[in-house]
Design a protein around this ligand. Structure first.
Ligand code: XMP
Length: 512
């Protein structure tokens, strides 16, 4: 295994991800408990992360001396490089122009770190993000890569197998970074690369058992991949100590509730309470047209319903959530910052503050595609695992204007036809999200010699890797006209279909 010592970088989890991609098990330990983790894990190599501090500041974090005494290989990134240099007798100074973004590194000498893809005398793009810099390397170190603003871009001690970079190999903006990390773990640490999601599953099951003991866990299912995978994993760990609650707010997609019931009760035999709360939600949404008011009401009402159910079940010691790593970074980097609220997001994640329970979040280190892989590993059907993301407030934010049962029904039908066409065309997995929107506009049409005056439906489909930015999916005209014809013919209440051609930014993915 590899120990990753965390100095607080925003991207430390990406290092873990790259190590996993190389088929090697890793654990992240904060710098101040890294020594304990090091002795417990007995890793074959150590990676020191970046971090926001300045090594020149008094009391700034350091790597445990035991790591240097062990003689194991080290890869030290950014802040990690600086603390390593200082701890081994080199010098770091602040006050240089901070460097952020792309730089080109010129390679001066061969190294097993980039063996097989970087050549001496060539330049390669990397991503920098730092203020301080090394000015004197420790004894035994040699600079083998430089950029105009980073004279110590790559500085190594081959005899000791210490590799330090001023840039971040873990981010995608360093195009060969994954290969650097792969070389470090395979060629330098000598690890085999045979670790798999199956082992992640086993490790997490052990962790969950250790955390929960004999306690009771309650888990809110949303119908989406993340909460389903978390619940199935936790159930595998602690069986019927887990209780799942699924709130049907009447804003779900076609057959979604049935699919959840079938999966949990039928397939896995996991205790599940389904709350039929449609009436409550529709009542509260009556007359509400402002998007933020809708979102806030749904978020708050969801918590009310969930709380009531938890009490009926006799309470629980833990709340399980399918929080993913991107949720963790977003909430960290956006808290307290000057960023503007575009939308108040509601998901099951709003619960913990109110419910005052300890959290079980077994997916916290994973990215969406890894959760899907874990879901497959756990035997979840493809219909769940590959499913497009769906927002917590559900169809309510796809019905601009007032929401009611009838409008939800119209939208559900149109959405189902659209998705069926997408699946039939084999396009579902190429699209991040596709859905229909029911507009609060009626237009005139003619059907079978009769005048119609009905609703407009908009179709949306986007590609994206994380939902933060998105581009429209370029369907061909024949496909779109097939969808339009089917929707108008099959869904009573819709007589016109339009396609949304807006990327994000400037649009958002959802309409509200
Ligand atoms: P926007 O519309 O902000 O959406 O571009 C980005 C991604 O987030 C989803 N989304 C939500 N997910 N609760 C959620 O769990 C919400 O309140 C929410 N609002 C938007 C959206 O579907 C897209 O994938």
């Amino acid at each position: 295994s590899v120990l990753i010592v965390d100095f607080g970088s925003q991207v430390t989890q990406l290092i873990a991800r790259r190590v996993r991609e190389a088929g090697v098990y890793s654990e992240i330990a904060p710098f101040n408990s890294a020594e304990e983790a090091f002795h417990r894990m007995k890793p074959k190599g150590v990676i020191l992360s970046g971090g926001p501090a300045s090594v020149t500041a008094e009391g700034s974090p350091r790597a445990p001396q035991a790591i240097f005494d062990s003689g194991l290989p080290i890869l030290a990134i950014c802040y990690g490089q600086q603390t390593l240099c200082v701890q081994l007798g080199g010098k770091v100074e602040g006050g240089h122009a901070a460097e952020f973004g792309r730089a080109d590194v010129l390679i001066h000498k061969e190294s097993p770190l980039f063996d097989g893809f970087w050549e001496v005398g060539q330049k390669y793009p990397v991503w920098m993000s730092h203020g301080d810099r090394v000015t004197v390397a420790p004894d035994g170190f040699e600079v083998i890569g430089t950029s105009p603003n980073a004279p110590f871009a790559i500085c190594v001690n081959e005899a000791k197998r210490y590799y330090t970079t001023m840039f971040h190999p873990e981010v995608v903006h360093t195009p060969d970074g994954a290969k650097l990390i792969s070389n470090f773990v395979h060629k330098i640490c000598g690890l085999a690369g045979d670790w798999t999601m199956a082992e992640f599953r086993a490790t997490k099951i052990a962790d969950i058992r250790a955390q929960v003991g004999k306690g009771r866990v309650i888990c809110g299912l949303s119908g989406g991949v993340d909460s389903a995978v978390a619940a199935v994993l936790i159930h595998e760990a602690i069986g019927d100590q887990l209780h799942c609650v699924f709130v049907d707010h009447g804003l779900l997609r076609m057959n979604e509730r049935q699919q959840v019931e079938e999966l949990f009760r039928g397939h896995y035999n996991i205790p599940l309470v389904v709350v039929d709360a449609e009436e409550r939600f529709m009542k509260g949404l009556a007359g509400v047209t402002d998007p933020e008011k809708k979102r806030k009401f749904i978020g708050a009402e969801f918590i009310n319903v969930f709380d009531e159910e938890a009490k009926k079940l006799g309470g629980a010691d833990f709340l399980a959530q399918g929080t993913l790593y991107p949720d963790v970074i977003e909430s960290v980097s956006f808290t307290g910052g000057p960023s503007v609220t575009i939308k108040s997001h509601h998901n099951v994640g709003g619960l913990p503050a109110r419910m005052n329970m300890a959290l079980v979040e077994p997916l916290r280190e994973l990215f969406k595609d890894e959760v899907r892989e874990l879901g497959r590993e756990l035997g979840l059907p493809e219909i769940f695992v590959g499913r497009h993301p769906f927002p917590g407030p559900g169809l309510a934010i796809r019905i601009p204007g007032e929401v009611n049962h009838e409008r939800c029904e119209i939208l559900r039908k149109a959405d189902a036809v659209y998705l069926e066409e997408i699946r039939n065309a084999g396009l579902y997995d190429q699209i991040w999200q596709a859905f229909a929107v029911l507009l609060p506009v009626r237009t005139v049409g003619v059907m079978g010699d009769h005048r119609t005056y009905d609703n407009v439906c908009a179709l949306r489909a986007v590609t994206s890797t994380d939902g933060m930015t998105a581009d429209i999916y370029p369907f061909d005209a024949a496909f779109l006209s097939r969808c339009a014809t089917r929707i108008i013919n099959e869904v009573k209440g819709i007589n016109r279909v339009v396609y949304d051609y807006t990327s994000k930014p400037p649009g958002t993915i959802e309409w509200e």
